[in-house]
Design a protein around this ligand. Structure first.
Ligand SMILES: C[S@@+](CC[C@H](N)C(=O)[O-])C[C@H]1O[C@@H](n2cnc3c(N)ncnc32)[C@H](O)[C@@H]1O
Length: 296
């Protein structure tokens, strides 16, 4: 931004226009107008409701420095979610950074499937839910907040960095997070023995991208590979979860898994062979995205 920004003579509105132009010219943003608005909200500290009136106010030096840093990161290609440092998931506003996968809209649908299963099993509240590979905590924390009567929600991850983000998001929930526990380790190794045969719902959005698949640069260059890649056919982690889930579920409990469209039929067949009853669910784009497997 220009020199005049620092002597308090420029309005947030003028910086909004300048930011739009910089984002547009960088070619990194598909939606420079909207992203410029989000960045200005963050820099000015204005809420969505205050935004229009805040644009007539003079920018602060501190706010302009923050704005400059966000614009530099975004025009270098860093995803807008990491640049802003927070992102909406269902009812939550989650802190996100490069330690965790950016929560996706299709995973909001997955969390909805888990809530349906929990409601079926526990119409009067209570119940035990395990979110394996929690990342930012998106799924498990949504369940804790949207079903405050749930007894236990366990968040696990093999990455201590990811769990630090999940912990920060948990602490932002205050009392709504009272049912939540966090445990580090690989898949079911992180789950305490007392959960054996007690889980109403086990949910996971594990890594499921085949190692050789070419991902867009905005994903491959910024998001953690350990959150994405899962062997030659992308099924390494799904297989580990599937092979162990049955004994952790209570009778009639459900395993809810996210995966790629071309993986759903094979995963459902493997789960059927393990004694589950499965259904395949499409995401908002109409692509098969999830398998719900009930222990029968
Ligand atoms: C696709 S991300 C999903 C993150 C989050 N649940 C979401 O939906 O946004 C997969 C997560 O699984 C974690 N993960 C990878 N390998 C794991 C393992 N062996 N055991 C537990 N978690 C693992 C990654 O660290 C990452 O946080």
């Amino acid at each position: 931004m220009s020199e005049q920004d620092l002597d308090g003579t420029v309005t947030w509105g003028a910086l909004l226009k300048e930011t739009e132009v910089l984002l547009e010219r960088s070619g990194k943003s598909d939606n420079p107008k909207t992203e410029a608005k989000w960045i200005l909200e963050e820099a000015s500290g204005a809420t969505r409701a205050e935004f229009a009136s805040a644009m007539d106010e003079l920018a602060t030096v501190r706010g302009v420095n923050h704005l400059d840093s966000m614009v530099a990161r975004r025009t270098a290609g860093e995803p807008i979610q990491y640049v802003l440092g927070n992102w909406a998931f269902r009812t939550l506003d989650l802190m996100v950074d490069q330690r965790v996968l950016i929560p996706r809209p299709e995973t909001e649908m997955l969390a909805g499937l888990a809530l349906d299963e929990l409601d079926r099993m526990r119409p009067d509240g209570g119940g035990t839910v395990v979110d394996l590979g929690t990342g930012s905590g998106a799924i498990g924390l949504s369940i804790a907040v949207e079903r405050p009567q749930v007894s236990r929600v366990l968040l696990t991850d093999a990455s201590p960095d990811a769990l630090a983000v999940a912990r920060a998001n948990l602490s932002g929930l205050g009392l709504l997070g009272r049912s939540v526990e966090i445990s580090e380790g690989s898949w079911f190794e992180a789950v305490p023995e007392r959960y054996l045969g007690e889980c109403d719902v086990i949910i996971s959005n594990p890594p499921y991208v085949p190692t050789a698949e070419t991902l867009p640069a905005s994903v491959a260059d910024w998001e953690p590979p350990s959150a994405l890649l899962a062997g030659r056919d992308g099924l390494d982690d799904l297989r580990l979860i599937m092979s162990d889930a049955y004994r952790w579920l209570r009778a009639d409990g459900a395993l809810v898994l996210e995966m790629g469209a071309e993986q759903t039929a094979g995963v459902a067949a493997e789960l059927d062979a393990l004694g589950f009853t499965t259904t395949i669910h499409a995401d908002h784009a109409g692509l098969d995205r999830a398998v719900v497997a009930r222990k029968t």
